[in-house]
Design a protein around this ligand. Structure first.
Ligand SMILES: [Mg+2]
Length: 415
């Protein structure tokens, strides 16, 4: 079955003012929806980040793969790499891999639709019926401030700027979705305030595994201090400090595992990190590691090297959530609850029939052919219109923060 076309549709959807070590989420997330049109009228879906440069790479790659078999993902991977200049070209490998990652998911969705099989079956078969996700908590403002003469934009979650606000957010998210693990995005306030928030969560949720991820906002010394203060409290500590050497120095004294989606983001980076015992848990992300099958290969590497495996998330819609769920279901050693931003963004989902459901904090693995989700074309059109109207080309948490706090300094480590 040959590929006839790759339709690349950038979209923008609403996002609350979620704070992190780089600034604050902008009012709109840029994302991209792929429709891979195959002979016989089958359309495979994919979703990925929507920066303008990435969208342009996908368009270029799509032209190159026309006429290829949708089952030939090895040849498609090579063709995408060549279309983007290959190893000698101007693009980083991680950017070329990211383009293939999105296309591979659309190929697997099409393959599933053609064969009547769910994507998890194409990945070796689901070993769990539902995939647990973590409650992904953020410090946040009550609303996006009024800028450019517009009105402030609030949301149903309100502010979370202290331990009580974080616990309240956790309680509401867990009441609604049933999550059984909790992650706090840190690196926003001085470490003692974030330690207090984790302790408040522990008191309110004595049985929920807890994680904090300050995105390298801390020095080695501060990271060691936080690790010591939270001894026996954290399931893992995610990217407290930058780089393999820094993480190795923290790891040498920390009692909990260190996790990363920052110092190990490609296969080449696994070995040096393991040699220095810098990390014990790798957060996979099929959008960056080369797709769903490469994520299974990462799982084999992790199993071989004795590394734990979890899953990273960026702001996303239901196509990505379905893909994350299929690959996690088919990966036996992905035993940590996966991260997801979906509760923050589900109201604008492009998936027909409304947002995917969580049951007791887990997404049941879709059993229909392919990813098991369909596109709502009216919503897709609306979100594409929002992308065009936004005039934006990339994510810029720091630039947005500086419009509100002109003196904001994003330099890290901050503490
Ligand atoms: Mg992270």
């Amino acid at each position: 079955m040959r590929i006839l076309d790759l339709v690349v549709t950038p979209v923008a959807f609403r996002d609350p003012p979620l704070l992190n070590a780089s600034g604050v989420h902008e009012p709109l997330v840029l994302r991209c929806v792929l429709q891979l049109v195959v002979e016989g009228g089958v359309v495979g879906l994919g979703e990925c980040p929507g920066e303008r440069a990435h969208v342009e790479r996908l368009v270029a790659a799509g032209e190159r793969i026309r006429g290829m078999s949708v089952f030939a993902t090895g040849a498609i991977e090579r063709a995408v790499d060549e279309a983007l200049g290959g190893p000698g070209g101007p693009l980083r490998k991680i950017d070329r891999v990211a383009a293939f990652s999105a296309i591979e998911v659309a190929c697997l969705d099409a393959q599933g639709r053609l064969t009547g099989l769910p994507v998890s079956d194409l990945l070796g078969g689901a070993v769990r019926d539902a995939v647990p996700y973590s409650a992904y908590l953020f410090y946040k403002w009550a609303e996006h401030p009024a800028l450019d003469g517009g009105a402030a934009v609030g949301d149903e979650w309100g502010a979370a700027l202290d331990p009580a606000g974080v616990v309240d957010q956790a309680r509401r998210m867990i009441d609604r979705y049933g999550f059984r693990s909790i992650k706090l995005k840190g690196g926003v306030f001085p470490p003692d305030q974030e330690i207090a928030a984790i302790r408040a969560l522990r008191e309110a949720f004595p049985d929920h595994p807890l994680r904090i991820d300050p995105n390298c906002a801390w020095t080695v010394e501060t990271s060691r201090y936080v690790a010591d203060e939270l001894k026996g409290v954290l399931e893992y500590l995610e990217d407290p400090t930058a780089g393999v050497e820094g993480m190795a120095a923290v790891s040498a004294t920390a009692t909990m595992p260190l996790a990363t989606n920052m110092c190990v983001v490609s296969f080449e980076e696994v070995r040096p990190a393991v040699e220095r015992d810098a990390v014990q848990v790798v957060l996979s992300d099929h959008h960056y590691w080369g797709g769903l099958r490469r994520t299974r290969e990462l799982a084999a590497v992790c199993e071989t090297l004795g590394l734990g495996m979890s899953m990273h998330s960026n702001s996303h819609l239901g196509i990505s959530l379905a893909a994350m769920t299929h690959v996690a279901a088919a990966t036996p050693n992905l035993t940590y609850a996966c991260d997801t931003h979906y509760p923050w963004n589900a109201a604008d989902d492009v998936v027909a029939g409304g947002p995917l459901r969580f049951v007791d904090g887990a997404v049941p693995v879709p059993r229909g052919p392919g990813l098991g989700v369909e596109l709502d074309h009216a919503v897709l059109d609306r979100l594409h219109g929002a992308y065009i109207a936004s005039g934006r080309e990339r994510r810029d948490d720091t630039g947005y923060m500086r419009r509100i706090e002109p003196g904001y300094d994003p330099a890290l480590p901050r503490w």
